[in-house]
Design a protein around this ligand. Structure first.
Ligand code: BTN
Length: 245
Protein backbone atom coordinates (compact mmCIF):
# COMPACT_ATOMS: atom_id res chain seq x y z
CA UNK A 1 0.00 0.00 0.00
CA UNK A 2 1.36 3.39 -0.97
CA UNK A 3 0.96 6.11 1.64
CA UNK A 4 1.23 9.67 0.34
CA UNK A 5 2.79 11.60 3.22
CA UNK A 6 2.30 15.37 3.19
CA UNK A 7 4.45 17.42 5.59
CA UNK A 8 1.75 20.05 5.84
CA UNK A 9 -1.76 20.12 4.48
CA UNK A 10 -5.00 22.06 4.85
CA UNK A 11 -6.98 18.83 4.99
CA UNK A 12 -5.96 15.30 4.00
CA UNK A 13 -9.55 14.82 2.78
CA UNK A 14 -9.39 17.86 0.50
CA UNK A 15 -5.92 16.91 -0.77
CA UNK A 16 -7.05 13.36 -1.56
CA UNK A 17 -10.22 14.57 -3.27
CA UNK A 18 -8.17 16.90 -5.49
CA UNK A 19 -5.85 14.04 -6.42
CA UNK A 20 -8.80 11.75 -7.19
CA UNK A 21 -10.44 14.43 -9.34
CA UNK A 22 -7.29 15.29 -11.30
CA UNK A 23 -6.42 11.61 -11.74
CA UNK A 24 -3.14 11.61 -9.75
CA UNK A 25 -4.66 9.16 -7.23
CA UNK A 26 -7.23 6.40 -7.45
CA UNK A 27 -9.10 4.00 -5.15
CA UNK A 28 -6.62 2.45 -2.70
CA UNK A 29 -4.72 5.72 -2.17
CA UNK A 30 -3.93 6.84 1.38
CA UNK A 31 -3.01 10.43 2.27
CA UNK A 32 -1.42 11.09 5.68
CA UNK A 33 -0.18 14.16 7.48
CA UNK A 34 1.05 15.00 10.96
CA UNK A 35 0.43 18.68 10.31
CA UNK A 36 -3.14 19.23 9.18
CA UNK A 37 -4.08 22.90 9.43
CA UNK A 38 -7.77 23.08 8.66
CA UNK A 39 -9.31 19.63 8.78
CA UNK A 40 -13.06 19.33 8.69
CA UNK A 41 -15.48 16.89 10.22
CA UNK A 42 -19.02 15.84 9.65
CA UNK A 43 -21.33 18.63 8.51
CA UNK A 44 -18.29 20.73 7.62
CA UNK A 45 -17.34 21.39 11.26
CA UNK A 46 -13.71 22.40 11.94
CA UNK A 47 -11.55 19.48 13.07
CA UNK A 48 -8.73 20.47 15.42
CA UNK A 49 -5.27 18.95 14.88
CA UNK A 50 -2.01 19.89 16.60
CA UNK A 51 1.25 19.63 14.68
CA UNK A 52 3.04 16.34 15.40
CA UNK A 53 0.43 15.21 17.93
CA UNK A 54 -2.39 13.85 15.79
CA UNK A 55 -3.08 11.37 13.07
CA UNK A 56 -4.92 12.78 10.06
CA UNK A 57 -5.41 10.21 7.35
CA UNK A 58 -7.73 9.84 4.37
CA UNK A 59 -8.37 6.71 2.32
CA UNK A 60 -9.90 6.36 -1.13
CA UNK A 61 -12.03 3.23 -1.59
CA UNK A 62 -13.90 1.79 -4.52
CA UNK A 63 -17.65 1.75 -3.77
CA UNK A 64 -19.11 -1.74 -3.30
CA UNK A 65 -22.40 -3.45 -2.44
CA UNK A 66 -22.89 -3.04 1.31
CA UNK A 67 -20.62 0.00 1.62
CA UNK A 68 -23.25 1.84 3.70
CA UNK A 69 -21.59 0.26 6.74
CA UNK A 70 -18.08 1.39 5.87
CA UNK A 71 -17.77 4.23 8.35
CA UNK A 72 -19.17 2.10 11.20
CA UNK A 73 -16.83 -0.74 10.17
CA UNK A 74 -13.97 1.77 10.28
CA UNK A 75 -15.04 2.67 13.81
CA UNK A 76 -14.76 -1.01 14.77
CA UNK A 77 -11.35 -1.16 13.09
CA UNK A 78 -10.11 1.85 15.07
CA UNK A 79 -11.42 0.40 18.37
CA UNK A 80 -9.82 -2.95 17.70
CA UNK A 81 -6.51 -1.50 16.70
CA UNK A 82 -6.40 0.75 19.81
CA UNK A 83 -7.33 -2.17 22.04
CA UNK A 84 -4.66 -4.43 20.49
CA UNK A 85 -2.06 -1.70 20.83
CA UNK A 86 -2.84 -0.25 24.26
CA UNK A 87 -5.25 -2.65 25.98
CA UNK A 88 -7.77 0.15 26.45
CA UNK A 89 -11.45 -0.25 25.60
CA UNK A 90 -12.53 2.89 23.78
CA UNK A 91 -16.21 3.18 22.88
CA UNK A 92 -17.96 3.67 19.58
CA UNK A 93 -20.75 6.18 19.65
CA UNK A 94 -23.04 5.93 16.64
CA UNK A 95 -22.39 6.88 13.93
CA UNK A 96 -18.65 7.33 14.17
CA UNK A 97 -17.16 8.93 17.25
CA UNK A 98 -14.57 7.06 19.29
CA UNK A 99 -14.71 8.08 22.94
CA UNK A 100 -12.83 7.57 26.16
CA UNK A 101 -14.94 8.21 29.27
CA UNK A 102 -17.35 10.26 27.17
CA UNK A 103 -14.68 12.44 25.54
CA UNK A 104 -13.81 12.23 21.87
CA UNK A 105 -10.51 10.66 20.81
CA UNK A 106 -11.24 10.03 17.15
CA UNK A 107 -13.68 11.15 14.50
CA UNK A 108 -14.45 9.49 11.19
CA UNK A 109 -15.92 11.13 8.12
CA UNK A 110 -17.20 9.43 4.99
CA UNK A 111 -18.09 11.00 1.64
CA UNK A 112 -18.75 9.67 -1.83
CA UNK A 113 -17.38 11.89 -4.57
CA UNK A 114 -17.66 11.82 -8.36
CA UNK A 115 -14.47 11.51 -10.41
CA UNK A 116 -13.79 10.95 -14.10
CA UNK A 117 -13.48 7.24 -13.26
CA UNK A 118 -16.75 7.01 -11.35
CA UNK A 119 -17.60 7.40 -7.70
CA UNK A 120 -15.01 7.00 -4.96
CA UNK A 121 -15.48 6.76 -1.19
CA UNK A 122 -13.27 9.13 0.82
CA UNK A 123 -12.86 8.06 4.44
CA UNK A 124 -11.23 10.55 6.79
CA UNK A 125 -9.90 9.56 10.20
CA UNK A 126 -8.62 12.01 12.77
CA UNK A 127 -7.11 10.73 16.03
CA UNK A 128 -5.93 12.77 19.00
CA UNK A 129 -2.80 10.85 19.94
CA UNK A 130 -0.22 12.76 21.99
CA UNK A 131 -2.23 15.87 22.85
CA UNK A 132 -2.05 16.94 26.48
CA UNK A 133 -3.99 20.20 26.14
CA UNK A 134 -6.85 21.28 23.91
CA UNK A 135 -8.01 24.72 22.82
CA UNK A 136 -10.44 26.64 24.98
CA UNK A 137 -13.88 25.08 24.87
CA UNK A 138 -12.67 21.65 23.76
CA UNK A 139 -11.20 20.25 26.95
CA UNK A 140 -14.60 19.11 28.22
CA UNK A 141 -15.33 17.17 25.05
CA UNK A 142 -11.96 16.00 23.69
CA UNK A 143 -9.19 13.76 24.95
CA UNK A 144 -6.25 11.84 23.49
CA UNK A 145 -4.80 8.34 23.59
CA UNK A 146 -1.90 9.73 25.62
CA UNK A 147 -4.28 11.13 28.25
CA UNK A 148 -6.30 7.89 28.30
CA UNK A 149 -3.09 5.88 28.83
CA UNK A 150 -2.00 8.23 31.58
CA UNK A 151 -5.37 7.62 33.21
CA UNK A 152 -4.61 3.88 33.28
CA UNK A 153 -0.99 4.04 34.39
CA UNK A 154 0.99 7.26 34.82
CA UNK A 155 3.70 7.41 32.20
CA UNK A 156 4.97 10.10 29.94
CA UNK A 157 6.13 8.24 26.85
CA UNK A 158 4.96 9.66 23.54
CA UNK A 159 3.27 7.35 21.06
CA UNK A 160 4.99 6.92 17.70
CA UNK A 161 2.46 8.16 15.18
CA UNK A 162 3.71 6.12 12.23
CA UNK A 163 3.61 2.85 14.22
CA UNK A 164 0.05 3.54 15.25
CA UNK A 165 -0.89 4.48 11.67
CA UNK A 166 0.44 1.21 10.23
CA UNK A 167 -1.58 -0.92 12.69
CA UNK A 168 -4.61 1.23 12.14
CA UNK A 169 -4.49 0.86 8.35
CA UNK A 170 -4.07 -2.93 8.65
CA UNK A 171 -7.16 -3.07 10.83
CA UNK A 172 -9.17 -0.76 8.56
CA UNK A 173 -8.31 -2.79 5.44
CA UNK A 174 -9.14 -6.03 7.28
CA UNK A 175 -12.67 -4.81 8.13
CA UNK A 176 -13.06 -3.27 4.69
CA UNK A 177 -12.20 -6.64 3.13
CA UNK A 178 -14.74 -8.44 5.32
CA UNK A 179 -17.46 -5.97 4.37
CA UNK A 180 -16.67 -5.86 0.66
CA UNK A 181 -16.47 -9.69 0.60
CA UNK A 182 -20.10 -9.84 1.74
CA UNK A 183 -19.65 -10.68 5.44
CA UNK A 184 -22.20 -8.01 6.35
CA UNK A 185 -23.65 -9.92 9.32
CA UNK A 186 -20.21 -10.35 10.88
CA UNK A 187 -19.46 -6.64 10.50
CA UNK A 188 -22.90 -5.61 11.73
CA UNK A 189 -22.57 -7.83 14.76
CA UNK A 190 -19.15 -6.30 15.59
CA UNK A 191 -20.64 -2.82 15.13
CA UNK A 192 -23.57 -3.58 17.45
CA UNK A 193 -21.28 -5.04 20.10
CA UNK A 194 -19.00 -2.00 19.95
CA UNK A 195 -21.71 0.65 19.85
CA UNK A 196 -22.38 2.07 23.33
CA UNK A 197 -25.77 3.47 22.33
CA UNK A 198 -27.49 0.13 21.82
CA UNK A 199 -29.99 -0.52 24.61
CA UNK A 200 -29.55 3.03 25.89
CA UNK A 201 -31.88 6.04 25.93
CA UNK A 202 -31.05 8.41 23.07
CA UNK A 203 -32.21 11.79 21.89
CA UNK A 204 -32.18 12.36 18.15
CA UNK A 205 -31.20 15.93 17.32
CA UNK A 206 -31.41 17.69 13.98
CA UNK A 207 -29.80 21.13 13.78
CA UNK A 208 -30.16 21.58 17.53
CA UNK A 209 -33.80 20.49 17.64
CA UNK A 210 -34.85 17.21 19.30
CA UNK A 211 -36.82 15.22 16.74
CA UNK A 212 -37.25 11.97 18.67
CA UNK A 213 -36.43 10.31 21.97
CA UNK A 214 -36.37 6.64 22.82
CA UNK A 215 -34.21 3.56 23.29
CA UNK A 216 -31.68 2.65 20.60
CA UNK A 217 -32.56 -0.89 19.63
CA UNK A 218 -30.16 -1.73 16.86
CA UNK A 219 -28.31 -0.77 13.70
CA UNK A 220 -29.46 -1.71 10.24
CA UNK A 221 -27.34 -3.01 7.36
CA UNK A 222 -27.59 0.45 5.80
CA UNK A 223 -25.93 1.97 8.89
CA UNK A 224 -29.11 3.60 10.24
CA UNK A 225 -29.89 3.45 13.95
CA UNK A 226 -33.24 2.00 15.00
CA UNK A 227 -34.85 3.79 17.90
CA UNK A 228 -37.97 2.65 19.76
CA UNK A 229 -39.71 5.93 20.37
CA UNK A 230 -41.97 6.76 23.30
CA UNK A 231 -45.08 5.47 21.59
CA UNK A 232 -43.31 2.12 21.00
CA UNK A 233 -42.78 2.72 17.31
CA UNK A 234 -39.42 1.72 15.82
CA UNK A 235 -37.95 4.52 13.72
CA UNK A 236 -34.76 4.53 11.73
CA UNK A 237 -32.40 7.51 11.53
CA UNK A 238 -29.40 8.11 9.30
CA UNK A 239 -26.26 9.95 10.25
CA UNK A 240 -26.53 12.62 7.53
CA UNK A 241 -29.52 14.20 9.20
CA UNK A 242 -29.00 13.80 12.91
CA UNK A 243 -26.76 13.48 15.92
CA UNK A 244 -27.25 11.60 19.19
CA UNK A 245 -27.30 13.07 22.67
C1 BTN B 1 -16.02 14.09 12.77
O1 BTN B 1 -15.93 13.64 13.92
O2 BTN B 1 -16.86 14.97 12.50
C2 BTN B 1 -15.12 13.56 11.70
C3 BTN B 1 -13.74 14.13 11.80
C4 BTN B 1 -12.83 13.66 10.67
C5 BTN B 1 -11.50 14.35 10.71
C6 BTN B 1 -10.53 13.74 9.75
S1 BTN B 1 -8.86 14.23 10.04
C7 BTN B 1 -8.36 13.48 8.56
C8 BTN B 1 -9.43 13.83 7.54
N1 BTN B 1 -9.16 15.14 6.97
C9 BTN B 1 -10.13 16.02 7.25
O3 BTN B 1 -10.18 17.22 6.90
N2 BTN B 1 -11.07 15.42 8.01
C10 BTN B 1 -10.76 14.03 8.28
Amino acid sequence: MEIIVLNEVDSTNTALKEMLRDGTASAGAVVYSENQKSGYGRRGRFWHSEKGKNIAVSLALQPFKGDDLISLATGVAVLQSLYDEYGIHFSLKWPNDILYKGKKVCGISCEKIATANGQVIVLGIGINVNNTVFPEGMSDTATSIHLALRDYAPKESEITLRGLLDNLLDSIFHWHDRLSSGFTDEVLSAVKTACINIGQPVRIVNEGVTVAEGIAEGIDADGGIIVITDNNTPKKFHSGEISLR
